[in-house]
Design a protein around this ligand. Sequence first.
Ligand code: HEM
Length: 178
Amino acid sequence: MILWEIARATGLIAVLVYTLTAAWGTLLAGRGVQSPKGAVELHQVLQSFGLLLIISHVVALVLDEYANVPLRSVFGIDSRPSMVLGAVALWLAILLPLSFALRKRKKVSFRFWRGLHYFAYVFWGAAMAHGLWLGTDTGNPIILALYGLGIALVAGAAAWRFTGGAPPKAAKRTAAEI
Ligand code: HEM
């Protein structure tokens, strides 16, 4: 039972942390705003913390007899779409940080990196949908309000980012550094 509690808590905190990561990353890439010192590092620290939480979430669920999550579900082999969404989010969360590593080593162009990085929105959407759909705690009005706030935060940041036209050169530089 304790494993199930851990799984729920880590799942919820992961969604919260990734919501902040997505909103912060979107703001950093937007409209040529000069990033303050350490801003890109904060984005990466949040992302790493989120990944740690997701791994704990999945390991706890697989180990917990009560949750009854077979190992094949981790690879997306499950008849429940809500579980498949979780697996999509998990593998995107693992793959996305690799885009940082490739970009840092100049193995891929900025254009390619940015294309890949847009999958962060797919990841975040899948994680939100998975949590809302499957979560025991979705029934709690406070948790539901937190999901709503998170959606508003990322949607607001994206609206600000994408309605401002193409980011000027300074922003492109910042995004390329991420
Ligand atoms: C293969 C990957 C995954 C599997 C098999 C999985 C499985 C599950 C299961 C069985 C539950 C229901 C727990 C409950 O009874 O509340 C759950 C809930 C949840 N999961 Fe996942 N999950 C996966 C990936 C993820 C990822 C990547 C995230 C977030 C980034 C995430 C976030 C959540 C959240 C927020 C909840 C709701 C917790 C609650 O409200 O109690 N999961 N997951």
